[in-house]
Design a protein around this ligand. Structure first.
Ligand SMILES: C[S@@+](CC[C@H](N)C(=O)[O-])C[C@H]1O[C@@H](n2cnc3c(N)ncnc32)[C@H](O)[C@@H]1O
Length: 231
């Protein structure tokens, strides 16, 4: 398990966001694409708690995580609802879907040589997240961290025609991966450039639903920006 992403607090939050911001609003047989499924537990848990008639197609590069996910999917007989490919979404012929969902790699660092290289989110931490907002999906649910240049993500979303449809915020303690000295030091430097926001041991993690069809009057972008930069 050592080389599989493990942070139950964060994975449970992602699972709850999926449930409250996506699955409950899915009428008919919606289709969902997931970037970075990990061990699959967030989606599996939310499928077990909700009635969902569509299909979720996940992409996970880490082969150990992909195997673990498939074995749990089999165990719970979810093979007709959750299919995971051991490949990168960016390099695939992207499946059409109503939603793209992800708890993406968002660790900022000078380079990829960190405890788990697949959690590297680019120099400011927002690179993968911002790419996910450039694939053209109508609705995108992503976890956004307050130490990963959150303003750039909100700006990127606006540039691509998204508004913030809804969001939920969780205060989280720096964990195993973000406390790695090389990562922590880099986050401290970003803070000096107004690209990372945290207070003591705590940062904010937001589950954000970006939507293209949203009326601008209902856009929560300013509220989100205010919260994410408030620490
Ligand atoms: C923060 S973890 C989230 C895992 C899981 N969704 C969860 O919340 O527990 C991010 C995941 O993205 C995967 N990943 C990173 N880059 C990827 C890529 N280009 N394509 C597919 N998966 C990727 C990592 O291996 C890791 O499992």
């Amino acid at each position: 398990m050592k080389d599989i992403f493990f942070c139950p607090e964060e994975s449970n939050f992602y699972s709850n966001c999926l449930e409250n911001l996506v699955l409950r609003n899915c009428k008919n047989a919606a289709s969902i694409v997931e970037f970075g499924s990990g061990d699959g537990s967030p989606v599996i848990n939310s499928l077990l708690r909700n009635k969902f008639d569509g299909v979720i197609r996940g992409f996970e590069l880490n082969t150990s995580a992909w195997k673990a996910a498939n074995s749990t999917i089999d165990e719970y007989n979810l093979t007709n609802k959750y299919v995971i490919y051991n490949s990168c979404l960016f390099e695939s012929s992207k499946p059409e879907a109503n939603y793209l969902v992800a708890n993406p790699p968002y660790l900022p660092a000078p380079d990829q040589d960190i405890y788990m290289p697949l959690l590297f989110g680019g120099i400011d931490g927002a690179t993968v997240t911002n790419e996910l907002l450039s694939l053209g999906y109508d609705n995108v649910l992503v976890l956004v961290s307050s130490y990963s240049n959150p303003k750039s993500t909100i700006e990127q979303a606006q540039k691509n025609g998204y508004s913030v449809n809804n969001f939920v915020v969780l205060p989280l303690k720096f964990g195993y991966y973000s406390s790695e000295p090389k990562v922590k030091k880099h986050i401290e430097e970003l803070r000096g450039n107004n690209m990372a926001f945290y207070s003591g041991d705590y940062y904010f993690l937001a589950g954000v639903l970006f939507s293209k069809s949203q009326e601008s009057a209902n856009d929560l972008s300013n509220q989100l920006a205010q919260v994410m930069t408030s620490l």
